[in-house]
Design a protein around this ligand. Structure first.
Ligand code: PLP
Length: 429
C-alpha cells in the first residue's frame, strides 16, 4: 500500500495487513503484546543472532509442525532459497512449480541457476495438478515445489506418490497456510521440506520473516550453511558433513531479525483461535453459495483442514449469468460494498520475465535466457497465451470474496446478502 510519509512528502510502501471490512472484521494484526515483546527484547539487547526468543520460536515451530528441525530466516523467499540449496538444486536442473503462485515460490531456484517448469492447476482449483507434474518430469527435474495457495491444500498423497516413484523431492510452500492440516498431518511436514513466509500480511507475521522445517538433517544442515553465518557454531548442525566449514558456512546470511521473530511468537499464540474463526466464516460463506449458482466454492484437498486463509477464492460460473462477464460481476459486487477482486496473482507464464525470458546473469547466460550462448540450458523458449489452458480458464473466472481475518458474528450472512443482492440486480437487468 502506498502512503505519504509523516511529513506528507515522499511516497513510502507499507505492507502490513489491515481489516478488509470495517464493522465486519474486528482484526487488529498487532497490538500491545507484540509491542511489549519488541520493547522487552530491545532492552535485553536481543537484537541479533539465535537469541533465546528465536530459539524458543524454532522449538515451538518444530512441535507445531511435528518436524525435527526448523530454522528462521529473513523471509519466505530466503526460506525457499535455503530449501532449494538444501536439496542441491543448481545449474542445469529443472524445478517444477505451479503456474499459479507468487513469483517468490520459484525465484530462488532461478538464482541457484535452475530452470523453472510450470505446471497446470487442477481444473477449477487454485492448486497444482499432480497429473501435470508427472507429465513435466524430465531427467533434469531436481525438485517439485507445491503451494497451498490461499490456504487451500494440494493433493499431497498424489504428489508424494510421484515423489516416491521418481525419487524427486518435494518442497511445500506454506506461505498462505499457517496451521493447515492434511489428513491429520501439519502442512509443511509431508514433503521433504516446508517453507513459510511471515511477511507483514501473513497469518502469523514477523513484519518480515520466514521459517523452514524438515525432518531431513542434510537439508537442514545445508539450509544453515547457506544462511546462518556465525550462528551455527556448536549449536545447530546435526551431521558432521559440514563441520569443517564452521562457523561461517558459505558466508551467506539469511538470519532473521530477532524482533520480528518475537512479534511472530506473539502472533503464533493467536493463530489457532483465528484459524478456527476464519474456518467458520469461510465454511458459512461456502455453504451459502449453494443457493447462488453463479458463484461456486473451490474445493480443497480431501481430508484437509485449511489454515492461514490468506484469501477467499471462489469461481464465477459465466454460463449461469448469460451476458455478464466476470469483471461486470465483480463491479456488481463492488457496488454492493464488497471489496471483491480478481485473480490475486498473475499466472507466472504471463509475467514478462518468464513469457519473454531474461538474461539473468548477463553475458547471454542463465536458466531463462532467450539468447543463452553457453549451450548449458539452451535458449529459453518462453511462453504464450494458451500454453496453460486449465490455469488460464480458472484464473479468468476467479472471484475473491472478502477474507475477514477475525469476522464478527453474522459477518458471513452479511457478505452473502450482498452477493445475493448483486446477483438479483444483474438478473433483473
Ligand atoms: C506463495 C508465496 N510464496 C513465497 C512468498 C515469499 O515470502 P516473503 O515475502 O516473506 O519473502 C510469498 C509472499 O507473499 C508467497 O505468497
Amino acid at each position: 500500500m502506498a502512503h505519504r510519509d509523516i511529513q506528507g512528502n515522499a511516497p513510502v510502501f507499507v505492507q502490513t495487513a489491515t481489516s478488509v471490512m470495517e464493522g465486519l472484521d474486528q482484526w487488529q494484526q498487532v497490538g500491545e503484546a507484540e509491542a511489549r515483546m519488541a520493547y522487552d527484547m530491545t532492552l535485553r539487547n536481543e537484537l541479533s543472532g539465535g537469541t533465546p526468543v528465536v530459539r524458543e520460536f524454532e522449538q515451538t515451530w518444530r512441535e507445531r509442525t511435528c518436524t525435527e528441525y526448523a530454522i528462521t530466516v529473513t523471509n519466505g523467499t530466503s526460506a525457499l532459497y535455503s530449501a532449494f540449496f538444501g536439496l542441491k538444486v543448481g545449474p542445469g536442473d529443472e524445478v517444477i512449480c505451479p503456474d499459479y503462485t507468487w513469483i517468490c515460490t520459484i525465484s530462488p531456484a532461478l538464482l541457484l541457476g535452475a530452470r523453472p517448469v510450470f505446471a497446470e492447476s487442477l481444473p477449477g482449483s487454485v492448486v497444482i495438478d499432480p497429473a501435470d507434474i508427472r507429465r513435466r518430469i524430465t531427467s533434469r527435474t531436481r525438485a517439485i515445489v507445491v503451494v497451498h495457495l490461499w490456504g487451500w491444500l494440494c493433493d499431497m498423497d498424489a504428489i508424494m506418490e510421484i515423489s516416491r516413484e521418481t525419487g524427486i523431492p518435494v518442497v511445500e510452500d506454506c506461505s498462505h497456510a499457517h496451521g493447515a492440516m492434511y489428513k491429520g498431518r501439519p502442512a509443511g511436514s509431508i514433503g521433504h521440506v516446508g517453507c513459510w513466509s511471515m511477511q507483514g500480511s501473513k497469518p502469523a507475521s514477523a513484519g518480515e520473516g520466514g521459517i523452514l522445517a524438515t525432518n531431513d538433517p542434510e537439508i537442514f544442515d545445508r539450509a544453515c550453511l547457506i544462511g546462518q553465518v556465525n550462528r551455527i557454531k556448536g549449536m545447530d548442525l546435526v551431521t558432521t558433513n559440514y563441520q569443517h566449514l564452521q562457523p561461517l558456512g558459505t558466508g551467506m546470511k539469511f538470519r532473521a531479525h530477532p524482533l520480528g521473530i518475537g512479534i511472530a511468537a506473539v502472533q503464533l499464540e493467536k493463530l489457532d483461535a483465528l484459524n478456527e474463526r476464519r474456518a467458520g466464516y469461510v465454511k458459512e460463506v461456502e455453504a451459502g453459495l449453494a443457493e447462488i449458482s453463479c458463484l461456486t466454492p473451490i474445493p480443497t484437498a480431501e481430508g484437509s483442514e485449511r489454515g492461514g486463509y490468506y484469501g477467499l477464492p471462489t469461481l464465477f460460473q459465466p454460463d449461469d449469468l448469460p451476458g455478464v462477464s466476470r469483471d461486470a460481476f465483480l463491479k456488481a459486487l463492488n457496488a454492493q460494498g464488497l471489496p471483491a477482486s480478481d485473480g490475486g496473482y498473475e499466472l507466472l507464464h504471463r509475467l514478462p520475465i518468464f513469457g519473454d525470458g531474461f538474461d539473468l546473469f548477463g553475458h547471454d547466460r542463465g536458466p531463462i535466457c532467450p539468447t543463452d550462448s553457453t549451450g548449458f540450458d539452451g535458449p529459453w523458449q518462453g511462453y504464450e497465451e494458451g500454453d496453460f489452458p486449465v490455469s488460464e480458464a480458472t484464473h479468468a473466472n476467479l472471484v475473491f470474496l472478502p477474507m475477514l481475518s477475525d469476522p464478527v458474528p453474522g459477518a458471513a450472512g452479511k457478505i452473502l446478502d450482498a452477493v445475493n443482492e448483486a446477483v438479483r440486480r444483474l438478473r433483473a437487468e
